[in-house]
Ligand binder design. Structure first.
Ligand code: PRX
Length: 695
């Protein structure tokens, strides 16, 4: 402690922060060791050994880099971008943007005019720099004992074969390819193969239902869909190809037909025999792809050419196709990975996220591979066959950086610590958390039990839209506070505004916005730039609105407090209340539904649905199950309501607006905080709802 304190005190406050970065000026207080005494118990310092070897080893070093990143973003990011391979350098200023809709359409461009390829930078560039035989992927199957690996050069061979196949079946630069695969090695292979030929991948999490998959297919109209016949999750085999068949049939009804359904035979789950097949459309991966050459010319693309689409939930029923482009995303995902995890070439990195979500895009595939990292890809579930599986995998591959979600931490915490302590875990040096706020008790268990009080935790706050980390610890740079995502990454200017959009300084709470762009920012919502502007840039003019609430403490640390819009965060998965409601009302016996998030011990938030049945329909257990099944079928199992609350009526204003505030209070049983209900059109519905709470 003393040594660290002295080091912090040693730093002067002479660093003048630019005006836009005033929010982090309280970091000076931390640097100077002020404010530490009163909250000493809240601060967790990196060890001196860790800080000494870290890329950023002091607050001062961070502040110097941060200052430059916000004063001269083009210069800061151009220097970093130059470490990648560009077929042709950008010929215009590195960044041009309009972040203020009052000045015209929102637009963000980074490195425009530069030609590059992210697959080349992930694979060929690392191979050329001597890493051909380094392991790129350690694959661990669902069942213990099933494993595989690929070196960087073997991975390139596989990627090229698939790229050649895709080209051969007519996929061209700019075409969309939908990928619906579990965590097989073929998933990152497919992403990289698309990127190599300039095709735009749209990975759909393989837990989504056929209807959700169909919706995404119809939106982006792919030529090819890549999937597998089946997958094992825990002890259960799931026939993914059946889900795909149903989705393709549904898309065809909407006039969208896919030319090729490339199907990987996942023999560990199911042999190909028995798989339903449509001749002329369906193709076994193993029968064709391995026959193609292992080299494939790179398609050089503009930095602003699209790289991928990823659908995410918003406050209306229709998922949003978040579009990321190539150059800025490449530079940003790689740089955030390097600094937030203090990545070194000797690290073995494991992120438990699925590539179906943004975390798997930026921090299973692109960020790590751009850094030439060895990445563990895990097909299974972290508690199968038992709660020690993660630590078994950590010991097996000597994982040094382990990145996961608070929901997993909380679920493992409920089991005996013996599941953790029976494994060595001595390889671990950095831990990471993402997806939702991590509560301090989960943070401490993760730190003390999993990390043996040695490993800093990077609690990374970011979003599908941001492409990479926005507010995150740099693990060697400053002390952490359990539950706080700490300070902004380079180039990121978070501001907290009040409901009128006025920036609030100092210790405060409000809406989290971002001022000016960063290279990893999404550029539009696919096919709907207007919705992009309305959702993100119009709520607070001049800023990007994140949808999150945030408070800043007196030391300048940021504490994310959750979504302030109609999005709920279940086990780190973003679900729009409107999506669940529209699934429920599609049930013939449901007249109306209102969904709210409610605190859940393991999942963070659970889904709580108030359901009004059609006139005369009696409540029954069977009906409850059938409503839940409808949501599972329309969205996916992860969106199934935890609770159905029968509602003879819903609390509405006289103009017919549902008062969700009241529903949230009823759901969380905070009945003394219902507030004024006299303005409701029918105040008595509140009492009815309270009476039916336990039915
Ligand atoms: O509410 C925030 C929460 O997850 C939302 C973004 O969800 P999604 O786009 O699905 O991306 C998840 C993975 C990046 C945010 O608006 N969130 C994410 N990380 C954190 C978080 N909330 C608090 N702390 C975090 N570290």
């Amino acid at each position: 402690r003393m040594a660290t304190d002295n080091k912090l005190r040693h730093v002067t406050s002479m660093l003048e922060l630019p005006s836009g970065a005033g929010k982090i000026s309280a970091l000076h207080a931390v640097i100077l060791g002020e404010a530490l005494a009163s909250e000493e118990h809240d601060l967790v310092f990196p060890s001196d050994d860790f800080a000494r070897q870290a890329h950023v080893s002091s607050p001062q070093q961070y502040l110097e880099m941060y200052k430059r990143s916000v004063e001269d973003p083009a210069g800061f990011w151009s220097d970093i971008a130059s470490q990648f391979y560009w077929k042709k350098k950008w010929d215009q200023p590195a960044c041009s943007e309009n972040f203020d809709f009052r000045k015209g359409n929102i637009s963000i461009q980074w490195f425009k005019g530069g030609l590059t390829n992210i697959c080349y930078n992930c694979l060929d560039r690392n191979i050329e720099s001597g890493n051909a035989d380094k392991i790129a992927i350690y694959w661990e199957g669902n069942d213990p004992g099933l494993e595989d690996s690929l070196t960087y050069s073997q991975l390139l061979d596989r990627v090229c074969q698939l790229s050649n196949y895709l080209k051969d079946v007519g996929v061209k630069k700019g075409d969309a390819v939908v990928i619906y695969l579990p965590m097989l090695m073929e998933l990152p292979i497919a992403m990289l193969a698309c990127a190599r030929i300039g095709a735009v991948h749209s990975v759909v999490f393989a837990g989504f239902s056929s209807e959700s998959l169909a919706q995404r297919i119809v939106d982006c109209k792919p030529k090819v869909l890549i999937t597998c016949n089946a997958v094992k999750r825990g002890a259960k085999a799931i026939h993914l190809k059946d889900i795909v068949d149903a989705a393709l049939a549904e898309s065809a009804k909407n006039g969208i037909s896919v030319d090729v359904c490339l199907t990987y035979e996942n023999q560990n789950a199911m042999k190909r025999e028995g798989t339903k097949w449509q001749e002329g459309r369906d193709v076994w991966w193993q029968d064709f792809v391995p026959k193609y050459p292992t080299t494939c010319e790179v398609e050089w693309v503009d930095a602003e050419d699209p790289l991928f689409l990823l659908y995410t939930s918003g406050s209306t029923g229709k998922p949003k196709g978040v579009l990321h482009t190539t150059g800025g995303y490449m530079v940003y995902s790689a740089t955030t990975f390097k600094y937030a995890f203090d990545y070194k070439p000797s690290d073995v990195y494991w992120c438990t996220a699925d590539c179906g979500w943004i975390t798997g895009h930026s921090y299973v595939t692109y960020g790590p591979m751009l850094n030439g990292a060895s990445v563990v890809v895990f097909e299974g579930t972290p508690t199968y066959p038992d709660a020690g599986r993660c630590w078994d995998i950590v010991d097996k591959f000597k994982v040094t950086i382990f990145y996961t979600a608070p929901t997993l931490v909380r679920s493992l915490m409920r089991e005996s610590d013996e599941h953790v302590t029976r494994y060595s875990r001595k390889s671990l040096r950095v831990l990471g958390s993402v997806g939702e706020p991590i509560n301090p008790s989960a943070w401490r268990w993760f730190f003390n039990v999993v990390g043996d009080s040695r490993c800093p935790i990077s609690d990374t706050w970011w979003q599908t839209e941001t492409g990479g980390f926005m507010i995150t610890p740099l693990p060697g740079a400053w002390p952490q506070k359990p539950g706080s995502a700490t300070f902004p990454f380079f180039g990121v200017q978070p501001v907290i505004v009040d409901e009128k959009g006025v920036e609030i300084e100092g210790e405060c709470s409000g809406y989290l916005c971002l001022k000016s762009s960063w290279p990893g920012a999404f550029r539009t919502l696919y096919g709907d730039h207007e919705r992009y502007e309305t959702t993100y840039f119009k709520p607070f003019a001049g800023y990007y609105f994140t949808g999150d609430g945030c408070s800043r403490d007196k030391d300048g640390y940021h504490w994310l407090t959750g979504r302030v819009d109609d999005v709920i965060n279940v086990s780190g998965h973003r679900i729009g209340t409107a999506e669940v409601e529209s699934a429920l009302v599609s049930h013939p016996k449901c007249a109306e539904a209102a969904v709210v998030g409610v605190e859940h011990e393991v999942k963070g938030q659970g889904i709580y649905a108030f359901v009004t049945l059609v006139e005369g329909e009696p409540y029954s257990e069977e009906l409850r199950k059938s409503l839940i099944l409808t949501v599972r079928k329309q969205i996916g199992a992860f969106a199934a309501p935890d609770k159905i609350h029968w509602a003879p009526g819903l609390p509405k204003t006289r103009s017919g607006k549902i008062m969700r505030r009241i529903l949230r209070k009823i759901a969380s049983k905070q009945l003394d905080e219902l507030g004024d209900t006299s303005t409701l059109a029918e105040p008595h519905v509140v009492e009815q709802l309270i009476e039916l709470a336990d039915c």
